[in-house]
Write a protein that binds this ligand. Structure first.
Ligand SMILES: [Cu+2]
Length: 200
């Protein structure tokens, strides 16, 4: 009788531990889903609360336009064009009138601007060294992503992820199109990448 009891206890322990393992798998999946939901919630909330001055929106659109030019230059392995676009990006940032920003907008903008201008400067100064330009494009893309999440891009943009770049640390870029044309590798590996997000 004692033995049977011990057996039942053992069986119970086994079942519970399997169930626990199983639920930890599920938890992982749930976390992913929650993350996804949070993202889409963010988007609508942002759209409601964005409240952006039309002058600011126009300036951001200009910055994004030159960023996309830079992206295309890198896609086409054109280092000189990339440098020219880098310089335009700096000018476009400087043209944005901060007086039309709310205090919260200003805080984010100033932070992005400082870093993005530095990246754009390196890109502008390195015509002929496309690999170095691409290193800075990686960081610039993260800045522009923050910018368009807050202010919108003036057009639908796609966040695209390349898992190979930077010793497989991965990197993102923004594109006006879902069609993958990889600015980090140009014609060497043009179609490497996955669309991760649509930003409106
Ligand atoms: Cu540099």
């Amino acid at each position: 009788m004692k033995n049977i009891f011990a057996l039942i206890v053992l069986a119970l322990i086994f079942t519970v531990s399997v169930a626990a393992q199983d639920s930890s798998d599920h938890k992982h999946m749930d976390m992913k889903n929650t993350h996804h939901d949070m993202k889409s919630m963010d988007k609508t909330q942002q759209e409601i609360t964005r409240n952006i001055d039309p002058k600011t929106a126009a300036s951001i659109k200009e910055i994004v336009g030159y960023y996309l030019q830079l992206k295309d230059a890198l896609v086409n392995d054109k280092s000189k064009d990339a440098a020219a676009a880098g310089k335009e990006i700096i000018d476009a940032f400087e043209k944005l009138d901060k007086n039309f920003l709310s205090p919260e907008q200003k805080e984010l903008y100033v932070e992005v601007e400082e870093d993005a201008k530095e990246m754009a400067e390196h890109i502008g100064d390195n015509a002929g060294n496309i690999e170095h330009q691409r290193e800075h494009f990686d960081m610039l893309s993260a800045d522009i992503y923050d910018l368009v999440k807050e202010f919108g891009g003036g057009q639908t943009l796609y966040k695209i992820y390349c898992s190979m770049y930077n010793d497989k640390k991965g990197a993102i870029w923004l594109s006006e199109s879902k069609t993958i044309k990889n600015p980090y590798y140009g014609k060497k590996m043009l179609t490497c990448g996955t669309v991760e997000e649509e930003i409106k």
